[in-house]
Design a protein around this ligand. Structure first.
Ligand SMILES: Nc1ncnc2c1ncn2[C@@H]1O[C@H](COP(=O)(O)OP(=O)(O)OP(=O)(O)O)[C@@H](O)[C@H]1O
Length: 427
């Protein structure tokens, strides 16, 4: 009798879950995944692992394909190849992960080539391969696209110079941390999401003790939204040249201060001497490097040198660069390539020309380059990022509207350090 009751309860529970599943999936995807999606996926993975790895060639035969029997060579497909040993899939937020042991002769890339086949077999949104030490790979399955509508927790306490700007594909928050990676390079075709990312960055930096500077050679159209919170905004090349020269002088002043105080960085200075961190945002960097006349050539040369100086000296002296552009190729001159080498943080949105993606990611990761070129027009705000650990990942910024950006800039306008255009010093 007791067993019958148990069966009845079990049946009712299964029936209730089956009825509630569609609603749960759309309203509470996390709960749906824990209760239904994950257990079903584990059963599917266990049931299909051998067949899947045999089909895609990751299972290896125990015996060689050729065998000498007496003086005769037998050729054929050996029976029951052995699949790579795999751990039980573990639950993780919005997905699952399992570790697999490589057979001798296999490398992580052998798995990476079949991620799409694995994702289809497991009925998940995507599968990523992460090498974990020698001889093992981690297969990370994402149940749904975590970048579809990224949300970030409300920040109440800001870590200095760290901005939570969106979500990463692995479900974690995406933060641009200027302490860890001092300079960033953001590229993307028109309407790909560069300004939205910059707005998300400024929104998070605005409440902090930071001097924000804008260089916007689209006539100040984009960055003027934040004008109340900017210490200075340069809307054309000659004013950009003057501002950069002043900022280099400021960096040099900091260097002298540090030398006199016997410390190695601005943040080690005594509090009364410490200057606020500087973040210089450049929108449409190509405009800084385009030249037609001899005078323009001199101006571009000076700007290029000053940007490089800030990039080289800035990290310890709390001067940071965020350089954005639509089309950035080596045809803009050696100054751009030299600057790129100093910008450790890279964000590549959808691009129209392979040269720009190559400029942003090509020197760091070929796989990242391929992933960036697959971003579609519909995926606004989606980017491939290389961050502090040198690994690439897909990310998406939160959607900060121009109105919100304007409101935040006004709200924190009182925190804007005052900058004298002539002397270039703070009050
Ligand atoms: N993370 C995002 N989520 C949702 N929508 C986004 C996101 N990022 C951008 N968009 C949408 O894409 C459109 C273009 O974004 P944005 O202006 O940031 O592109 P852009 O690369 O700066 O373009 P341009 O170079 O022409 O200024 C915006 O209207 C915005 O609504």
């Amino acid at each position: 009798m007791g067993v019958q009751i148990l069966w009845a309860v079990l049946l009712v529970a299964v029936a209730a879950l089956a009825i509630a599943a569609p609603g749960l999936r759309s309203n509470r995807p996390d709960a749906w995944w824990c209760l239904i999606g994950y257990p079903l996926s584990v059963i599917r993975i266990l049931a299909t692992w051998r067949r899947l790895t045999t089909t895609i060639g990751l299972a290896v035969p125990r015996r060689p394909a050729r065998l000498l029997v007496g003086s005769v060579v037998l050729k054929g497909d050996p029976l029951r190849p052995i699949p790579p040993r795999r751990s039980l899939p573990r639950l993780r937020q919005g997905g699952l992960e399992a570790t697999a042991r490589l057979h001798p002769g296999q490398v992580p890339d052998d798995f990476a080539r079949f991620t799409e086949a694995i994702a289809h077999a497991w009925r998940v949104f995507a599968v990523r391969i992460v090498p974990v030490g020698r001889g093992h790979v981690r297969l990370v399955a994402l149940a749904w696209d975590p970048l579809a509508s990224p949300k970030v927790p409300r920040v109440t306490q800001y870590e200095p110079l760290r901005a939570v700007v969106g979500r990463r594909e692995d479900g974690a928050v995406w933060a641009i941390d200027l302490h860890l990676v001092p300079h960033w390079f953001v590229v993307g075709a028109t309407q790909s999401g560069k300004s939205t990312l910059i707005a998300a960055l400024v929104k998070q930096l605005a409440p902090q003790r930071v001097a924000l500077f804008g260089i916007d050679l689209k006539g100040g159209l984009e960055l003027s939204l934040f004008e109340p919170r900017l210490s200075a905004l340069a809307p054309d090349r000659s004013s950009a040249g003057r501002l950069l020269a002043r900022l280099v002088a400021e960096v040099e002043t900091r260097m002298v201060l540090c030398r006199k105080a016997g410390v190695r960085s601005n943040k080690d200075l005594p509090k009364q001497l410490r200057r606020p961190p500087i973040v210089i945002i450049v929108d449409e960097v190509a405009e800084l490097y385009l030249m037609a006349t001899r005078e323009e050539k001199n101006e571009v040369g000076e700007i290029s040198t000053n940007l490089l100086r800030i990039a080289q000296l800035g990290a310890a002296l709390d001067a940071h660069l965020v350089i954005a552009g639509q089309r950035v190729g080596s045809d803009l001159g050696p100054g751009v390539t030299a600057l790129r080498a100093q910008l450790g943080g890279r964000v590549c949105h959808r691009v129209n020309d392979p040269g720009t993606a190559e400029m942003a990611l090509g020197d760091l990761s070929k796989e990242a380059l391929v992933a960036a070129q697959q971003i579609t027009t519909a995926e606004r705000g989606v980017a491939v990022t290389i961050g502090e650990d040198g690994r690439w990942m897909r990310t998406r910024s939160i959607h900060v509207t121009p109105e919100e950006a304007r409101r935040v800039a006004k709200k924190y306008a009182h925190l804007t350090p005052v900058w004298h255009e002539e002397e270039g010093t703070y009050l």
